[in-house]
Design a protein around this ligand. Sequence first.
Ligand code: ADP
Ligand code: MG
Length: 157
Amino acid sequence: MESYIFRTNNAEETRNLAKSIAEKLTSGSVLTLEGDLGAGKTTFTKGLALGLGIKRNVNSPTFTIIKEYKGGRLPLYHMDVYRLEDEAEDLGFDEYFQGDGVTVVEWAHLIESQLPLERIDISIKYIDETNRELMMTPHGKFYDEICKELKNESFSH
Ligand code: ADP
Ligand code: MG
C-alpha cells in the first residue's frame, strides 16, 4: 500500500499528529513504531495517550514490555519489545491486539511474525534536532482512510 509522509518541526507537532490519529482509532487498532533511539517513538505515544483522553503520563516502559493505560476513551497498550530476547517469544500479544484498546508497539520488527496484518506501520526518521520525518504505511482500508484524512489536515504552523 501507498505510504504517507509527514514532517514535524518540533516535539509538540509530533504529539499533535499522534493526537489526531488517536481520535480516529477504534478498539483493536494497532500501530507500530520504528526509529532510532531519540527519534520520537515515545513522544508519539504520549500524543496518542492525549488523543485518547488519558491523563497519566506515558514514559518508556523500561522494565516492562507492556504497559496499560486506562481512563481514556479507549485503553492504550504501550509495548516496547526492544528487550525481548527471543523473537519467537509469545507473551500473549494477541490478546492485546484483539483487545478493547489501542496497541502501539515500539521496535515492532522484533515480533513481526506475531503482528496482525491490519495496522499502520510508522517509521520516524531523525532529520535534525527538531525536525522529524514520519512515514506511515497503512495496511488495510480502515488505516488507509485515516492516513488520507490526516493528509487533509494541516499540522504546521
Ligand atoms: P524514542 O522513544 O524514539 O527513543 P523519544 O520520544 O523518547 O524517542 O525522544 C525524542 C526526543 O526528541 C525528545 O526529547 C523530544 O522532545 C525530541 N524532539 C525534538 N524534535 C522532535 C520532533 N519533531 N518529534 C519528536 N520528538 C522531537
Ligand atoms: Mg522510546
